[in-house]
Ligand binder design. Structure first.
Ligand code: NDP
Ligand code: 8X3
Length: 249
């Protein structure tokens, strides 16, 4: 299969690229960092094709996806993985610029990429879109505000696109992980403060990027009539907690 992964320069996207190339697929990995894409090409060989793409740039998304289809061939699957959290401030203190960036990337970028691949998939009556949501889209936490809301969008967008595609051989799945270490996610959230980022995982055995890559590999092993709508996954050290009750005194 020809599989496009957004955000393949690090974390989940990179682990998925490695796994899927090893499985014999051609992976078109995208991201903003051209040097990383070149390094990954050196590591994985010609079944990895790197394309620089900032998913927040609507015109670039259309251009790059059209070029991929022309140069590599029909896109069989899209993994909408590019995304980020910025900050952990309460909603009264958070930066509007951070909020804009999360909405532009996690919502608008994902929508642009999805819209770019669906017409070809519908025409060929085959395809798969896999979206990276988060447990933050279901279970709120202080400081999660807009990040959690963008991931709630991912879940609901996935189900609504599925409704549009019912009866067609096109699958769409939302993968919703909880605590996951070993990626750049927390360093990005805390804007390069590695100490604060590491603290998030102290004393835990979090999910890993390989766990996510293995989940995608399992999805691709399913027979064509099976659509997994959503997968919620957490490490065993994490669970949804009770609702908060703030008592007086
Ligand atoms: P990383 O920070 O390790 O990787 C994020 C990837 O997204 C990078 O390759 C980055 O590439 C890319 N990216 C960010 N912004 C853009 C943009 N504007 N255009 C194109 N690419 C972009 O994060 P993870 O691998 O941990 O996370 C991947 C996804 O999984 C995200 O959507 C995240 O929200 C979600 N997730 C993560 C969890 C975690 O705990 N780690 C848990 C649940 C969900 P580049 O900088 O080169 O553009
Ligand atoms: C990433 C998991 O709990 O940091 O989506 O929001 S969390």
């Amino acid at each position: 299969m020809n599989i496009v992964i957004t955000g393949a320069t690090a974390g989940f996207g990179l682990a998925m690229a490695r796994t899927l190339v090893n499985e014999g697929h051609t992976v078109i990995g995208t991201g903003r960092r051209a040097d990383r894409l070149a390094d990954i090409r050196t590591e994985l060989g010609e079944r990895f094709v790197g394309r620089v793409l900032d998913v927040t740039r609507r015109d670039d998304v259309a251009t790059v996806f059209a070029a991929i289809a022309k140069e590599v061939g029909p896109i069989d699957a899209l993994i909408n993985n590019a995304g980020l959290a910025l900050g952990l401030e309460g909603a009264d203190q958070a930066s509007l610029d951070d909020w804009d960036t999360m909405i532009d990337t996690n919502i608008k970028g994902l929508v642009y990429c999805t819209r770019a691949v669906l017409p070809g998939m519908v025409e060929r009556n085959t395809g798969w879109v896999i979206n990276l949501g988060s447990t933050a889209g279901t279970y709120p936490y202080p400081g999660g505000n807009v990040y959690g809301a963008t991931k709630a969008f991912v879940h609901q967008f996935t189900l609504n696109v599925r409704a549009d595609l019912v009866g067609k051989n096109i699958r769409i799945t939302s993968i919703e992980p909880g605590l996951c270490g070993g990626t750049e996610f927390s360093a990005t959230r805390f804007k390069g403060d590695e100490g604060r980022a590491q603290k998030v995982y102290e004393g835990t055995t979090p999910l890993t990027a390989d766990d996510l890559a293995n989940t995608v590999r399992w999805l691709f092993s399913l027979p064509p009539h099976v659509n997994i709508n959503a997968i919620e996954m957490m490490p065993t050290c994490q669970a949804p907690g009770p609702l908060t009750v703030k008592r007086q005194g």
